[in-house]
Design a protein around this ligand. Structure first.
Ligand code: ZN
Length: 428
């Protein structure tokens, strides 16, 4: 069996891993890069309207035979670990004859991104897989494992072939709302793993707000909401469902109202089929929907889906009347509306996303003298969690991936580290 990491051996983002055994070939994840060749941040709009040839030349699309449109397919399948664009964002280039395997939640969120125009490709030829239900693809036997991650319904994959066992961790952590699945892997890990392809996003990072769990986030928010009289704005990703749950629960505990936008309400509504524990717009007194005018709300209006949220609608004047109970989901237009009406005094912004994104709005909040409080925990495993994971799995070899510091793995983990370079093919 041969393994090729097309991208991801020394960077975070753009993950793309190939396994081949005789005439069977699978690709695991096919993401957009997060950094460009010149180490600057990569913007996905860069690929719009560009030919495949030119994307090859720029190193944005990896050169892989039998994968793309207009050539006869040589892959049996693509496996997607989770719905983050750095793991699926290049799918639009793939020959649609190749089936794409993913969890139901992953499929729903990618479809949502397509619906709102954040992703340019309507999924086709999808095979939905369920955790712990094995399936065959050519010579490979694949068992998906549900993992805890900020990306919803994320999977790791155990892949068996010719007596070898490979475990691809995907992005994961142990401190989110599905921490139990991490604990379960530690207690009862898959046995006899030959190769652990281990995502190491946190390796080499100094992590602010370290070792906070999602539960800690809920506690911290609930404390703030109870003890401050201010109106809160909260900046978070609508697709980070663990975080949305934490905010909602903190609002319930402090008797505040989580004021979401129609975009968020739509996502939660779409995911209702996955779990009855995901907060919904119609859950009553601690959640409302502000119909902020923006392209997402317009899209929902066009589609006649906006109407659905009317029963939970809250107007600007109504928010004003309950301002010391308001926790308003931030968006570009939302904050503009409040600022325009000079309604930013006695407000606090909770920043609940990766700090790198803050620079986009920092100036705005400072200009309006809104204090910023960061309340966040990482979507990725902390070093200690990675160490526990490796100790439990006892792999014969660890293969670093999705990290800027593959050479540091040997400082943290005992055992054999197999360092690969992008595009090198090795026999397992
Ligand atoms: Zn991810």
């Amino acid at each position: 069996m041969n393994l090729t990491i097309h991208r991801g051996s020394k960077e975070i983002g753009g993950t793309c891993i190939e396994l081949q055994s005789k005439d069977s070939k699978i690709l695991i994840d096919f993401g957009l890069p997060l950094i460009a060749e010149n180490k600057e941040p990569f913007y996905s709009r860069k690929i719009k309207g560009q030919s495949v040839e030119s994307l090859f030349q720029q190193g944005i699309l990896p050169q892989i035979n039998g994968l793309y449109r207009n050539e006869s397919p040589q892959f049996n399948a693509i496996l997607l670990s989770h719905p983050h664009p750095d793991h699926y964002g290049l799918l639009s280039f793939v020959n649609p004859e190749i089936p794409v395997y993913m969890s139901r939640g992953c499929q729903i969120l990618i479809e949502v991104s397509y619906f709102f125009g954040q992703f340019n490709y309507e999924l086709e030829n999808i095979k939905t897989v369920s955790p712990w239900k094995e399936f065959n693809i050519g010579n490979f036997l694949v068992t998906p494992y549900l993992v805890d991650h900020s990306g919803f319904d994320a999977l790791a994959f155990l892949i068996e072939c010719n007596g070898k066992r490979i475990f691809y961790s995907g992005d994961f952590r142990g401190h989110g709302r599905k921490g139990i699945v991490f604990e379960n892997i530690l207690k009862k890990p898959p046995e006899g793993i030959d190769y652990l392809i281990l995502v190491g996003s946190q390796i080499g990072r100094t992590n602010k707000g370290k070792y906070k769990t999602e539960q800690d986030i809920e506690e911290e928010l609930s404390h703030l909401f109870k003890n401050q009289k201010e109106q809160f704005f909260i900046a978070c990703s609508s697709q980070n469902i663990d975080r949305i749950v934490s905010i909602y629960r903190a609002c319930v505990r402090s008797n505040r109202i989580f004021i979401i936008d129609p975009y968020t309400a739509f996502i939660l509504d779409q995911l209702k089929v996955i779990s009855p524990n995901i907060p919904q717009f119609d859950w009553g007194e601690n959640i409302s929907v502000f119909f902020v005018p923006n392209s997402y709300t317009e899209r929902l209006s066009e589609d006649k889906s906006l109407f659905k949220f009317k029963s939970a609608k809250i107007t600007y004047e109504e928010i004003k009347a309950i301002r010391n109970r308001a926790v308003i989901k931030d968006s570009y237009n939302t904050r503009k509306i409040f600022a325009k009406r000079k309604d930013m005094i006695n407000s606090i912004l909770i920043y609940s996303m990766w700090e790198g994104y803050l620079k986009e709005s920092k100036e705005f909040w400072e200009k309006h003298q809104v204090p910023i409080i960061e309340v966040h925990s990482s979507g990725h495993a902390y070093i200690e969690e990675l160490k526990d994971f490796v100790r439990a799995m006892k792999p014969r070899y660890i293969i670093p991936v999705h990290t800027f510091y593959p050479e540091k793995y040997s400082e943290y983990f005992e055992g054999n580290i197999k360092l690969l370079k992008d595009k090198d093919t090795v026999e397992l």
